[in-house]
Design a protein around this ligand. Sequence first.
Ligand SMILES: [Zn+2]
Length: 175
Amino acid sequence: MSPSATDDISALQAALGIPAGYAASRGLTAQSPPPFWIEAGLDRGGRPIWLEHEASCAFLRLTQSAARDGITIIVVSAYRSYLHQARLIQRQLERGVPLEVILARIAPPGYSEHHTGRALDLSSAEETEPLTESFEKTLLFDWLSQCASPFGFRLSYPRGNPQGFIYEPWHWAYA
Ligand SMILES: [Zn+2]
Protein backbone atom coordinates (compact mmCIF):
# COMPACT_ATOMS: atom_id res chain seq x y z
CA MET A 1 0.00 0.00 0.00
CA SER A 2 1.37 3.41 -0.91
CA PRO A 3 1.90 6.02 1.84
CA SER A 4 -0.77 8.24 0.27
CA ALA A 5 -3.34 5.44 0.48
CA THR A 6 -2.50 4.97 4.16
CA ASP A 7 -2.93 8.71 4.83
CA ASP A 8 -6.19 8.58 2.97
CA ILE A 9 -7.50 5.75 5.13
CA SER A 10 -6.39 7.41 8.38
CA ALA A 11 -8.07 10.66 7.42
CA LEU A 12 -11.31 8.94 6.37
CA GLN A 13 -11.38 6.91 9.58
CA ALA A 14 -10.68 9.95 11.76
CA ALA A 15 -13.50 11.87 10.05
CA LEU A 16 -15.90 9.05 10.95
CA GLY A 17 -14.73 8.96 14.59
CA ILE A 18 -13.04 5.57 14.22
CA PRO A 19 -10.13 5.52 16.70
CA ALA A 20 -6.60 5.04 15.33
CA GLY A 21 -5.62 1.42 15.85
CA TYR A 22 -9.25 0.23 15.78
CA ALA A 23 -8.76 -2.15 12.83
CA ALA A 24 -5.59 -3.61 14.35
CA SER A 25 -7.33 -4.15 17.69
CA ARG A 26 -10.01 -6.17 15.87
CA GLY A 27 -7.48 -8.08 13.78
CA LEU A 28 -8.83 -6.72 10.49
CA THR A 29 -6.62 -7.02 7.42
CA ALA A 30 -5.89 -3.97 5.25
CA GLN A 31 -7.39 -4.40 1.76
CA SER A 32 -5.93 -2.69 -1.31
CA PRO A 33 -7.54 -1.87 -4.63
CA PRO A 34 -6.51 -3.98 -7.65
CA PRO A 35 -4.17 -2.50 -10.31
CA PHE A 36 -7.19 -2.16 -12.60
CA TRP A 37 -10.85 -3.09 -12.77
CA ILE A 38 -13.06 -4.71 -15.34
CA GLU A 39 -16.65 -3.69 -15.88
CA ALA A 40 -18.46 -6.91 -15.04
CA GLY A 41 -22.14 -6.30 -15.70
CA LEU A 42 -24.77 -4.27 -13.91
CA ASP A 43 -26.00 -4.17 -10.33
CA ARG A 44 -29.65 -4.47 -9.36
CA GLY A 45 -30.08 -0.71 -9.86
CA GLY A 46 -28.68 -0.92 -13.42
CA ARG A 47 -25.33 0.69 -12.52
CA PRO A 48 -22.09 -0.86 -13.83
CA ILE A 49 -20.19 -3.08 -11.40
CA TRP A 50 -16.41 -3.40 -11.34
CA LEU A 51 -14.27 -6.39 -10.45
CA GLU A 52 -10.59 -7.25 -10.46
CA HIS A 53 -9.67 -9.04 -13.71
CA GLU A 54 -9.38 -12.65 -12.46
CA ALA A 55 -12.39 -12.32 -10.18
CA SER A 56 -14.38 -10.94 -13.08
CA CYS A 57 -13.59 -13.99 -15.28
CA ALA A 58 -14.41 -16.36 -12.41
CA PHE A 59 -17.65 -14.53 -11.66
CA LEU A 60 -18.69 -14.77 -15.31
CA ARG A 61 -18.13 -18.55 -15.21
CA LEU A 62 -20.07 -18.74 -11.95
CA THR A 63 -23.08 -16.82 -13.32
CA GLN A 64 -23.09 -18.88 -16.54
CA SER A 65 -23.08 -22.12 -14.57
CA ALA A 66 -25.88 -20.83 -12.31
CA ALA A 67 -27.89 -19.83 -15.39
CA ARG A 68 -27.58 -23.37 -16.78
CA ASP A 69 -29.19 -24.53 -13.52
CA GLY A 70 -31.95 -21.94 -13.93
CA ILE A 71 -30.56 -19.61 -11.24
CA THR A 72 -30.14 -15.87 -11.76
CA ILE A 73 -27.56 -13.99 -9.72
CA ILE A 74 -28.26 -10.34 -8.89
CA VAL A 75 -25.33 -8.18 -7.77
CA VAL A 76 -25.97 -5.57 -5.10
CA SER A 77 -22.37 -4.39 -4.66
CA ALA A 78 -18.93 -5.30 -6.02
CA TYR A 79 -15.79 -3.07 -6.02
CA ARG A 80 -16.01 -0.13 -3.61
CA SER A 81 -13.47 2.68 -3.16
CA TYR A 82 -12.27 3.84 0.28
CA LEU A 83 -14.41 6.95 -0.13
CA HIS A 84 -17.52 4.97 -1.07
CA GLN A 85 -16.97 2.81 2.02
CA ALA A 86 -16.65 5.93 4.21
CA ARG A 87 -19.88 7.33 2.75
CA LEU A 88 -21.77 4.12 3.59
CA ILE A 89 -20.68 4.49 7.22
CA GLN A 90 -21.41 8.23 7.24
CA ARG A 91 -24.96 7.61 6.02
CA GLN A 92 -25.60 5.18 8.89
CA LEU A 93 -24.14 7.63 11.42
CA GLU A 94 -26.51 10.31 10.10
CA ARG A 95 -29.40 7.91 10.75
CA GLY A 96 -28.28 7.70 14.38
CA VAL A 97 -26.90 4.16 14.26
CA PRO A 98 -24.11 3.76 16.88
CA LEU A 99 -20.63 3.43 15.37
CA GLU A 100 -19.93 0.00 16.94
CA VAL A 101 -23.17 -1.37 15.46
CA ILE A 102 -22.25 0.00 12.02
CA LEU A 103 -18.74 -1.44 12.17
CA ALA A 104 -20.09 -4.95 12.80
CA ARG A 105 -21.87 -4.65 9.42
CA ILE A 106 -19.59 -2.37 7.41
CA ALA A 107 -15.79 -2.58 7.57
CA PRO A 108 -13.86 0.67 8.15
CA PRO A 109 -12.51 2.28 4.95
CA GLY A 110 -9.31 0.47 4.01
CA TYR A 111 -10.47 -2.86 5.49
CA SER A 112 -13.36 -3.97 3.29
CA GLU A 113 -12.96 -6.96 0.98
CA HIS A 114 -14.93 -4.87 -1.53
CA HIS A 115 -11.81 -2.67 -2.01
CA THR A 116 -10.01 -5.60 -3.64
CA GLY A 117 -12.57 -5.96 -6.43
CA ARG A 118 -12.85 -9.64 -5.46
CA ALA A 119 -15.93 -9.49 -3.24
CA LEU A 120 -19.60 -9.32 -4.18
CA ASP A 121 -22.84 -8.83 -2.29
CA LEU A 122 -25.42 -11.01 -4.01
CA SER A 123 -29.17 -11.21 -4.10
CA SER A 124 -31.87 -13.19 -5.81
CA ALA A 125 -35.07 -12.09 -7.53
CA GLU A 126 -37.13 -13.92 -4.90
CA GLU A 127 -35.66 -11.75 -2.13
CA THR A 128 -37.73 -8.80 -0.90
CA GLU A 129 -35.06 -7.42 1.41
CA PRO A 130 -31.49 -7.88 0.12
CA LEU A 131 -28.50 -7.93 2.48
CA THR A 132 -30.38 -9.66 5.27
CA GLU A 133 -30.16 -13.18 6.68
CA SER A 134 -33.20 -14.08 4.57
CA PHE A 135 -30.72 -14.65 1.73
CA GLU A 136 -29.85 -17.92 3.45
CA LYS A 137 -33.32 -19.23 2.52
CA THR A 138 -32.97 -18.53 -1.22
CA LEU A 139 -32.30 -21.12 -3.92
CA LEU A 140 -29.29 -19.04 -4.92
CA PHE A 141 -27.72 -19.41 -1.48
CA ASP A 142 -28.23 -23.18 -1.65
CA TRP A 143 -26.70 -23.24 -5.10
CA LEU A 144 -23.70 -21.10 -4.05
CA SER A 145 -23.11 -23.24 -0.98
CA GLN A 146 -22.90 -26.34 -3.17
CA CYS A 147 -21.34 -24.99 -6.36
CA ALA A 148 -19.34 -21.76 -5.76
CA SER A 149 -16.19 -23.31 -4.37
CA PRO A 150 -14.83 -24.87 -7.63
CA PHE A 151 -15.12 -21.39 -9.19
CA GLY A 152 -12.94 -19.98 -6.39
CA PHE A 153 -15.69 -18.22 -4.45
CA ARG A 154 -16.23 -18.60 -0.72
CA LEU A 155 -18.49 -17.17 1.95
CA SER A 156 -16.34 -14.63 3.80
CA TYR A 157 -18.35 -14.08 6.97
CA PRO A 158 -20.08 -17.20 8.27
CA ARG A 159 -21.74 -17.23 11.69
CA GLY A 160 -19.21 -16.62 14.47
CA ASN A 161 -16.50 -15.34 12.11
CA PRO A 162 -13.29 -14.29 13.92
CA GLN A 163 -13.34 -10.79 12.36
CA GLY A 164 -16.43 -9.93 14.41
CA PHE A 165 -18.72 -9.21 11.46
CA ILE A 166 -22.38 -10.20 11.53
CA TYR A 167 -23.32 -13.32 9.57
CA GLU A 168 -23.36 -12.24 5.88
CA PRO A 169 -24.76 -15.07 3.72
CA TRP A 170 -24.86 -12.64 0.76
CA HIS A 171 -21.14 -11.71 0.75
CA TRP A 172 -18.94 -13.97 -1.42
CA ALA A 173 -15.31 -13.40 -2.34
CA TYR A 174 -12.95 -14.81 -4.94
CA ALA A 175 -9.88 -16.12 -3.14
ZN1 LIG B 1 -20.15 -7.33 1.19
